[in-house]
Design a protein around this ligand. Structure first.
Ligand code: GDP
Length: 524
């Protein structure tokens, strides 16, 4: 069993794709899945709009806006590996969802548009990866279009992200003349017209390379690649694993070029499921007892089954269908009768899952984001963060008789991570907090469609929210008592301070030096 477990763990690669909208994440995802045989789509990628409609159109709002609100997981096998690709919403209004998802991966592919370089969302998502030292493989996409000079792109990654780069391939031509890639370490050429075939040569200047390189610009290409080989860093596995260096591949997702290199790189270099911190203990992926944490809750994925799915990342042991797991927050046992795997557009019962795997657990509100499941051990995983909302609103109900129902509905929405919920200490109506305005639209639509509760939002007198703590509980208590009208409790009962603006927050922070005002809270 232990040997079996070690083998199962060693095969797994769990990753996400980070990019700025339009860089090509969707296209790349589709190509990766094609490699894994997870979907059969002949020829070109279908138009995004079409796809949105045929896909999990569990929510009208998602269709209307043509954006992906849901975070989902896709599992596929390729070569010797099992890949779990965790998809993240492209729109920045759902950023907190994305951050939570990134806590469940061991590696990421960063897609950069070759004409645009590092864009703002890429930078932001990269920073989140850096917090956890997640190793990053870079894919410079759209080489079949007008592109920037590769050296310039590498420099930009190094400067803007403070991340070392190691080009693994080098583009042969660009835009209309893009013909393939030169593999720097192996001295091999792969041409676009023969995606599978790699031809070994004795260097870019060798006779054996002559027929494979562009005739017109051959001199320039030799110069470029020689410079790349001399001046750029060679790939260093340890530096990559520590998140200090990224291997860089060039290609075109649309033309399905360079995608195989990426998937091979993930299999070869990306780490197997990492150990996860639970208090003072590091839980190793090969520890025999099952542990897992919830990083995402999704409701109504399939309109025909009004269900709620908790996405858990398995951290150790073997999650088996039918087993009982302990929910650390309540200490209660939970039967896992129907854990599910997701394969592109379908799901399937999961009989066994191992560290790195993501399974969906149907439930009726028992599980919350950040929950830990174990085979009996009393541990809690750290690290699914909560970010202070940027927008705070009171929810106004059209039918005041339904206040109790609203309270329950908001509690459920907050447990799913749709919004954050704060109950003021002075007993005034609850306040919801979101990172982006679209989340409010989602809340409104779901309250109407699922609970029959038409609502509107009104401005609260607060715009800033911070979790408060101090070395001594007495200090917190003193502050809470002095500021009762500006204090609220979050879902876990933790105290937050609400301020009208950053200015008054700073003012209070100066007056109360013993109090810490945090804009990130890790679930625990
Ligand atoms: P996302 O917003 O990052 O998911 O980007 P998409 O995958 O939807 O791609 C955005 C647009 O760029 C679409 O029109 C794609 O067809 C196009 N695109 C993606 N990859 C490539 C590529 O390699 N070359 C070219 N020319 N276009 C691409």
């Amino acid at each position: 069993m232990t040997d079996h477990l070690a083998k199962a763990v060693a095969r797994r690669r769990t990753f996400a794709i980070i990019s700025h909208p339009d860089a090509g994440k969707t296209t790349l995802t589709e190509k990766l899945l094609l490699f894994g045989g997870a979907i059969q789509l002949a020829g070109e990628v279908k138009a995004k709009k079409d796809r949105m409609q045929t896909r999990s159109d569990w929510m009208k709002i998602e269709r209307d806006r043509g954006i992906s609100v849901v975070t989902s997981v896709m599992t596929f096998e390729y070569g010797d590996h099992v890949f779990n690709l965790l998809d993240t919403p492209g729109h920045e209004d759902f950023a907190d969802d994305t951050y939570r998802t990134l806590t469940a991966v061991d590696a990421a592919i960063m897609v950069i548009d070759a004409a645009k370089g590092i864009e703002p969302r890429t930078l932001k998502l990269f920073e989140v990866c850096r917090l956890r030292d997640i190793p990053i493989v870079t894919f410079v996409n759209k080489l079949d279009r007008e592109s920037r000079d590769p050296f310039e792109i590498l420099d930009e990654v190094e400067e803007k992200l403070a991340l070392d780069t190691a080009p693994m391939t080098w583009p042969i031509g660009r835009g209309r003349t893009f013909a393939g890639t030169y593999h720097l370490a192996d001295n091999a050429v792969r041409r676009m017209d023969s995606e599978e075939e790699v031809t070994k040569v004795n260097g870019p200047e060798a006779d054996s390379a002559a027929g494979l390189l562009p005739e017109n610009d051959r001199e320039a290409f030799i110069e470029e690649t020689s410079l790349a080989m001399e001046a750029c860093r060679p790939f260093d596995l340890e530096a990559f694993r520590e998140g200090h260096l990224t291997p860089v591949y060039f290609g075109s997702a649309l033309r399905n070029y360079g995608v195989r290199d990426l998937i091979n790189a993930l299999g070869k270099y990306a780490p197997q499921p990492r150990a996860q911190k639970a208090g003072a203990r590091m839980v190793k992926a090969t520890d025999p007892k099952m542990t897992a944490f919830v990083f995402k809750i999704q409701a109504n994925m399939d309109p025909n089954h009004r269900d709620r799915i908790a996405f858990v990342r398995v951290c150790s042991g073997r999650l088996q269908r039918g087993m009982k797991a302990r929910l650390s927050r309540t200490g209660k046992m939970l039967g896992l009768s129907a854990p599910q795997f997701f394969f592109a557009h379908q799901r399937q019962l999961a009989d066994d899952a191992y560290a790195g795997d993501v399974v969906g657990i149907p439930n009726h509100g028992t599980l919350r984001i950040g929950d830990t499941l174990t085979e009996g051990e009393d541990i809690v995983f750290e690290g699914v963060p909560n970010f202070a909302p940027e927008i705070l609103r009171r929810v106004r109900l059209e039918d005041a008789m339904k206040a109790k129902k609203l309270k329950e509905a908001l509690q459920q929405m907050a447990e799913e991570g749709v919004v954050q919920l704060f109950s003021p200490e002075d007993g005034s109506p609850a306040i919801v907090g979101v990172i982006g305005a679209l989340q409010l639209d989602v809340l409104k639509e779901r309250l109407r469609a699922e609970y029959g509760l038409p609502v509107t939002f009104e401005a609260a007198r607060f715009n800033v929210c911070r979790w408060i703590s101090a070395d001594s509980d007495a200090d917190v208590e003193k502050f809470v008592n002095a500021k009762r009208g500006d204090i609220a409790r979050d879902l876990d009962g933790d105290a937050v301070f609400l301020a009208s603006d950053g200015f008054s927050l700073n003012y209070e922070a100066e007056r109360w030096p013993a109090i810490r005002f945090a804009h990130v809270k890790e679930y625990h």
